[in-house]
Structure formats: C-alpha cells, structure tokens
Ligand binder design. Sequence first.
Ligand SMILES: Cc1cc2nc3c(=O)[nH]c(=O)nc-3n(C[C@H](O)[C@H](O)[C@H](O)COP(=O)(O)OP(=O)(O)OC[C@H]3O[C@@H](n4cnc5c(N)ncnc54)[C@H](O)[C@@H]3O)c2cc1C
Length: 345
Amino acid sequence: MQVDFLIIGQGLAGSLLAKELLQRGRSVCVVDDGWKSAASQVAAGLMTPLTGRRFTLTRGYPALFATAQSKLGGLGVFRAASVYRMFVDQEQRLRGLGRADDASCAPFVERLTHVQGQLDESLTDEFGGCQMRGAWVDLPMLLSQTKATLLAAGAYRTELFAPEEVAVLPAKVVWKDVAAGALVYCDGYKSSQRGPFTYLPWQPAKGEALTLASDAPQRPFVLNRDGWALPLGGGRWRTGTNWAWDELNETPTEAQRTKLLARFSGYFRHPVCSEVLAHVAGVRPCTADNHPFMGTHPSQGRVHLFNGLGPRGSVWAPAMAAEMAAYLCDGTPLRKECNLARFEV
Ligand SMILES: Cc1cc2nc3c(=O)[nH]c(=O)nc-3n(C[C@H](O)[C@H](O)[C@H](O)COP(=O)(O)OP(=O)(O)OC[C@H]3O[C@@H](n4cnc5c(N)ncnc54)[C@H](O)[C@@H]3O)c2cc1C
C-alpha cells in the first residue's frame, strides 16, 4: 500500500488531520490501536470561553471558536450550549464583572447573575455567576463517523504501532506493507513516553469523568465550578473532572469517583440521588506552555507531530488541523507559538 501520509492515532487530532488531508486530495493510512488510550473518548468536548480560577479568555479564542463552529458544524458534531460558571468567591465574582466589560470577552458573556437563585433557584450559586456562550463537541460521534469513512476507503488499520518498526528512509517511510511520503504522530500523550518526540516539554495530566443517571434538575446549560456537569437529557449527565500528574493511565479511581459525585451534588441546593452509569479516565496531552506541538522532527524531515492539544482540544483542533494540513501539503508556515521548532532538542 502506497500513501502520502501515514497517521498514527485516530483521536481528535488524527481524525481532523486525516479529513483535511483527504480534502486536499492526499491519500492517508490511519493506524489506531482501538482507542486504547484515547483522551478524545473520555473528554466532554466542552468549549468554555472563560476558564480557570482567574477566569481568563484563551489567546485567539474568538477565531478558534469560529473555525470550530464552522468545521465541526459541517460534520454535524458541534452542539451550541450555554455554560453557567458559578463564582467560587467574591474575588472571582469581581473578576467576572470586569470580564463582561472587556471587549474581547463581552461577545461570550450572555448574562451575569448577582444573587443566589437569580438564574435557577435549584443552584448553589452563592456568589452569582456568568452565563457564557459555549459549546460541546460530540467526540464519540466524530470518532466513530471518521473511522467508518476511513474503513470504507481502505485507509484504516486497527493495530498497535511501535516506532521502532518504522524505517525512515531518504525518499519514504516504510511501516509493514505501507510505504508513505511522511509519517505524522497524532498519538496523544503516548508521544511523551516513547518515539522521536519525547524531548519536548510535555506535561501530560490524567483526568476522570462520570456518566450519571440523576434526579438533579436539568436546565438547558452546562454547570461549571471547579469541574463541570453537562446535562444530556432524560436524567443523564456527564460530569468531571480532575487533574493528576502521576500514574498516567486509563484506570478510574475510587477516590475520584467519590470526589466527582460530591462535587456534582454540591451544585444543587437540595439533596440529589445519582447512580454512576460509567466511570472513565484518560490522559490529556498537555504541554509546558499550553500550546500545541506541531511540525517536523529536527533531524527526520519525513517525521511530523500534530499533538499537544492539552485540556482544550475541541477549541484548538479544528483550526490547527487545517494549518497542519496546509503546512504538510503546501509548506505554509505554522504559527510560531505552536511550531515545535520553538524548542531545542
Ligand atoms: C477527563 C478529560 C476531560 C477532558 N475534557 C475536555 C473538554 O471538555 N474539552 C476539550 O476541549 N478537551 C477536553 N479534554 C482534552 C481532550 O480530550 C484532548 O485535548 C484531545 O482529546 C486530544 O486528542 P488527541 O487526538 O491528540 O489524543 P487522543 O484522543 O488521546 O488520541 C490518540 C489516539 O492514538 C492512539 N494511539 C496511541 N498510541 C498508539 C499506538 N502506539 N498505536 C496505535 N494507536 C495509538 C490512541 O489509542 C488514541 O486513539 C479532556 C481530556 C480528559 C482526559
């Protein structure tokens, strides 16, 4: 089999990059080990404009959000959603009021509340909150649809790829029966553990999430305070998450299950009854400077990386997949802050 690009990993990064390359008339072969370590299968896919304790807007967010809306909307997996951030204290509330006046944040602020119960009497929003224009991406649907398309085109392999099995030659790369013009690693946090890109400053972080059946009152917005709770309808919720930097694996823990359940109940003024339907864990491919790692290996010109999407893959991936494809196909320069050339070997 001869292709232009051999792509390792079919999470969010590999899926969107494969689509962009195919749209440009290039051929691909995508190899995935059956989503064994896919953060994309665990993520809620939320796009929350103002985030973190300091309640800040990610640099470049408006343009990234607009690209995500148009590209993921075209694929039928973009779900517009309000996100209600409940302030944790008075300091955060004052910051929130300031953000509403900031020209770059204002388009994402739908409403500010000032007293508990102003938006919904069932919530414990003691310091008020900020309702924001956000979204979530149906990642399982995106992944399964992409896999089906690639399988139908004979461009998919369910296999475990080992970097030492590939021969990087001057004119091509060869892996098993596949000869490709180039190799692109889209294998999430696994690239921080083995292969040619371990030298980059990765900071992978494990997170867990629950799917619940609950009698908690569902409203048409996502709840957000420390973590999040996404109403799925019919009494079902997704809720998460936490950050852990040791024991990087896909094993859910009892301790986090207890914490996530307590946090979820804490969003509501009245006791709620919840049953855990699913409990999952994944590892975010985070980077030291919170920007993706994209580009070409410094000494292997046919070996590339599209990775490091961190905790906001849904926001970054659509725009960056297009930029990565333009770079691979036409040599269009990557934006400096995402080009892995910003780091030395
Ligand atoms: C708990 C949790 C919650 C999150 N919530 C959000 C959120 O709300 N919003 C948001 O935007 N982001 C969120 N994220 C982050 C988001 O999941 C990531 O940014 C994104 O999914 C990364 O996609 P990726 O394709 O780079 O990696 P992955 O999804 O990890 O995909 C890598 C793929 O490569 C495969 N692979 C790895 N090694 C090999 C190999 N040797 N051979 C073959 N295949 C291999 C894996 O099985 C996997 O399928 C969350 C992450 C976690 C863990």
